[in-house]
Design a binder for this molecule. Structure first.
Ligand code: SAM
Ligand code: SF4
Length: 347
């Protein structure tokens, strides 16, 4: 598919859109299976050195109450993931590059890897780091890393980030290259429905994922946050239904372009549509990240307003997911890392 073919598919509406989603589901079931893989999400902390114009955790947002989980809290979350049979955890946080933080993450990865002979897979989503840091964390036992490109169009990237060297597009791309070089199953992705974003940008994003040959992609709607600078452009963005539909079409087209990668049904989908996560699974996604962060911190991980599931306990989440997925003919694969078939890791 070239850029124009992709744009035509992303423009599909009504019956044509339904056909696209149906075809993507068929391809997923043929090339992968009907299993959904879980990553128990640990939101380790919301302290961030960066100032992305769209995100509630940005350094410049004085209204957010900052926190960082203790080592014991992180390890209890990981133990819980193991007990619930989730197979993997994803550790996510605001970006920090201080030596103490880097050493602490390395230590925590090694501790988690001690459970049950290293049976828990570890995904990290800790932003831009040096190649040496990526290597240290990989050597400690993390094997997947998520770093969204946010937009693969340099001009749009500049519009949604401050113009300083800490927010450079070329650095973002070179971090993705370092992750791939280090050996991580590397994931990237974008927000869908950003102000100034066009169909051409979105088609370019899908081509970028293919060109980078990533193993995982996370796509989710942009949700405007009132305490961020980008909020003033909220009237320029499509409505919630349009953002949801475009996210589903992006997932579906990508499933046709890259049939055997992992794709996350992002929580943001559920935030703007109560059935958003199931819809994403039916459009071709195959990974869900149920939240394991202790209840008292969840509201402080305030990336965007009205985050879904902030009040559910991990036990409730598991039952709810089993039922919701069974209703759409999918089931969870418990006690497995759930790497994509083309990239099964042998550590
Ligand atoms: N700090 C790390 C990073 O930026 O990669 C990980 C945490 S960051 C909160 C995770 C993701 O949240 C970002 O990649 C971004 O796409 C998403 N995000 C931030 N603000 C958002 C918003 N207003 N709406 C939707 N997604 C948002
Ligand atoms: Fe920080 Fe990530 Fe939010 Fe940017 S998107 S402000 S790096 S937490």
């Amino acid at each position: 598919m070239d850029r124009e073919d992709i744009k035509a598919l992303l423009a599909a509406e009504g019956a044509q859109m339904e056909l696209l989603l149906k075809r993507a589901l068929e391809v997923k079931l043929r090339e992968m299976d009907s299993y959904v893989h879980l990553r128990g999400l640990i939101e380790l902390g919301n302290v961030c050195e960066k100032n992305c114009l769209y995100c509630g955790l940005r350094r410049g947002n004085a209204r957010v109450k900052r926190y960082c989980l203790t080592d014991d809290e992180v390890l209890s979350c990981a133990r819980l993931a193991h007990e619930l049979g989730y197979g993997s955890v994803a550790i996510q946080a605001g970006e920090r590059t201080d030596a103490g933080f880097i050493a602490r993450i390395e230590r925590l990865i090694r501790e988690i890897k001690k459970f049950d002979g290293g049976s828990l897979g570890i995904t990290l989503s800790l932003g831009e780091q040096s190649e040496d840091t990526y290597r240290r964390w990989f050597d400690a036992g993390a094997h997947r890393y998520l770093l969204r490109i946010e937009s693969s169009d340099e001009e749009l990237y500049r519009k949604i980030h401050p113009g300083d060297s800490k927010h450079s597009f070329s650095r973002r791309v070179s971090c993705l290259e370092s992750l791939l070089k280090t050996g991580y199953l590397t994931g990237t992705g974008v927000m869908v429905g950003l102000p100034f974003q066009t169909l051409d940008h979105l088609a370019g994003d899908l081509l970028f994922f293919k060109q980078m040959d990533v193993a995982m992609v996370g796509l989710g709607p942009y949700i405007p946050h009132p305490d961020t600078p980008l909020y003033r452009f909220k009237d320029l963005i499509p409505g919630a239904k349009e953002r949801m539909d475009m996210t589903l079409k992006m997932i579906a087209v990508l499933r046709l372009m890259m049939p055997r990668i992992n794709m996350v049904a992002a929580t943001a989908n559920q935030t703007i549509d109560p059935e958003g996560r199931e819809k994403a699974i039916r459009a071709g996604a195959n990974v869900i990240m149920p939240n394991l962060t202790p209840g008292e911190y969840r509201e402080s991980y305030f990336i965007y307003p009205n985050k879904a599931c902030v009040k559910d306990s991990p036990g409730q989440c598991r039952t709810c997911l089993d039922l919701r997925l069974a209703a759409i003919g999918h089931k969870i694969q418990y006690n497995a890392w759930g790497d994509p078939p083309a990239h099964i890791t042998k550590l």
